[in-house]
Structure formats: C-alpha cells, structure tokens
Ligand binder design. Structure first.
Ligand SMILES: NC(=O)c1ccc[n+]([C@@H]2O[C@H](COP(=O)([O-])OP(=O)(O)OC[C@H]3O[C@@H](n4cnc5c(N)ncnc54)[C@H](OP(=O)(O)O)[C@@H]3O)[C@@H](O)[C@H]2O)c1
Length: 241
C-alpha cells in the first residue's frame, strides 16, 4: 500500500487531498497544527481502520517537524505533500488584503516566509530518507502562479508582494532540490493549485477545492522524473517559472 504525508491536512486543499488518498486506501499521515480541533479530519481517520493517522505538525515549529520525523524513522513515504501555507492576515479580496506596493507589513512578511519557504524546506530535509525508502519517491510543494515571474506582465500584474516573494522562493528551492535529489530517484516539483475557493482563496475564486485536488492528484499520479524541469498546474498544464 503506498503512503502519503501531507501538511495542512485539516482544511482547504490539504483536507481535500487527504480525502482523495484515503478513499483509495493509501496509508495517510495527515499532519496539522492542532489535531484536537481537526474535527472533520478526525472523522475520516476514525473511519479508516488505521490507514489515516493524524499527527501534530506546525511547520513554523521545527521541533514539531523533528519529533514527527523521529517517530516515523524507517517508514517509507511515497508522496510527500507540502500543502500548508499562509497568505497573510487578510485574504486577497478583502480590503487591505492585496499586499500592494507601499503597504508592506514586514512582520507579516517574515511569518509568511517562515511558513511558505522555510516550512516546506524543513519538511523536505526531515523526511527525505522516508521518501528515498519508498517506491514512488515524489515530493510535491504546493506553490502558486503568483510565484511565477514569467507570467508578470503577461496577463498577471503585481501586488501580493509578501506572499508572491515566498512562492517564487519556494519555486527556486523546489527546483534546486529536484536537481540535488534526482540521483536518488526522487522527483520534486512545484504545483499551482488554481485559484480555489478555500479560506485562503476566498469565495470569488475560480474553482472549487474538489476540481483542484482531483486535478493535482492526477498530475501527481502521472509524474515522471523528467517532469522536474516544469512548474506544474493542477489542470495538467505548465507555467513559466
Ligand atoms: N486557495 C488558493 O486559491 C490558492 C492559490 C494558490 C496557492 N495556494 C496554496 O495552496 C496551499 C493550500 O492553501 P488553501 O487554499 O488550502 O489554504 P487554507 O484553506 O487557508 O489552509 C491553509 C492550511 O495551512 C495550514 N497552516 C498554516 N500555517 C501553518 C503552519 N505554521 N504549520 C502547519 N500548517 C499550517 C492551515 O492550518 P490551520 O488550520 O492550523 O491554520 C491550513 O491547514 C497553500 O500552500 C497555498 O499557498 C492556494
């Protein structure tokens, strides 16, 4: 039975991905900051016959990542999914949520960086041996189209400086890791989930979570080692870096 570990499994896209893998009978290590509050996730875990287990993991608290990595030593992880992310205190469509030029809050910015860049990096470094010991050997970092420099000025504008910078950084470290880990047979990619109606995406977003996670899982299922050169989107297309 293949196995998957995802961060941010309590809500949004992480929860949607968790349900897809659970429905296929995968061994799912579902991580979230506060398992006691993850009601819907706990319901899925309780009905899974032990295939879905819930683990505390806060990507800002590296000791919590280390603790889980220690508990899972020797456990193969076929797919490592860095889903947890933080946009900032206000969603993009809220007044003041655009993170416009001239309005940068550098305290928020530092926190966004910690969650979106250092968090996935730490998770990758902590669980790489688990991935290397698996059959599929895939690491997926959920990024965003706003991290794509190549789309700016080509249908996409500026703004979102704090969040944008972190996703561009995530793309850069993802591409670097892909090179460093390919000799071990590990495939590392960044993926844009679409603009999705979650708490982060808000109610005006383009697509629902089911469309996004179903598309992302299809891309992940079909992933080949040669795919590391591309920045992938949920619908099977690729984006400029
Ligand atoms: N929705 C979109 O339109 C969209 C577009 C592009 C990219 N993305 C990316 O897709 C991913 C999932 O987004 P989403 O829409 O599902 O967002 P969401 O609904 O806001 O969920 C965010 C998830 O990240 C978790 N999280 C936040 N900080 C964390 C931390 N320090 N440690 C561990 N978990 C933490 C949250 O846990 P708590 O419940 O504990 O806060 C929650 O599970 C993110 O990386 C996001 O940047 C989303």
């Amino acid at each position: 039975m293949p196995s998957v570990l995802m961060t941010g499994a309590n809500r949004g896209l992480g929860f949607g991905l968790m349900k897809l893998y659970a429905a296929e009978g995968w061994r799912v290590f579902a991580c979230c900051r506060d398992p006691a509050k993850a009601k819907e996730l706990n319901v899925v875990a309780a009905a899974s016959g032990g295939k879905v287990t819930v683990h505390p993991l806060d990507v800002e608290q590296h000791a919590s990542v280390d603790a889980l990595a220690k508990a899972l030593v020797g456990q193969p992880i076929d797919v490592l999914l860095n889903v947890a992310g933080y946009y900032g205190p206000k969603i993009v469509t809220e007044p003041g949520g655009l993170q416009a030029f001239g309005e940068s809050d550098y305290v928020d910015w530092a926190r966004i960086y910690k969650v979106n860049v250092m968090g996935p990096m730490k998770v990758c470094e902590s669980f790489v041996e688990n991935v290397a010991a698996s059959v599929q050997k895939k690491i997926i970092n959920i990024s965003s189209i706003v991290g794509s420099i190549g789309t700016i000025g080509h249908g996409y504008g500026g703004n979102m400086y704090g969040y944008r910078a972190t996703k561009a950084a995530l793309n850069a470290i993802t591409r670097g890791m892909a090179e460093d880990l390919k000799a071990r047979g590990i495939t590392v990619i960044a993926m844009h989930p679409g603009w999705v109606r979650t708490e982060m995406g808000g109610p005006s977003a383009d697509i629902d979570a089911q469309t996004s996670v179903t598309g992302m899982k299809k891309v992940i299922d079909g992933l080949k080692p040669a795919d590391i050169d591309a920045f992938h989107a949920y619908d099977g297309s690729t984006l400029p870096w």
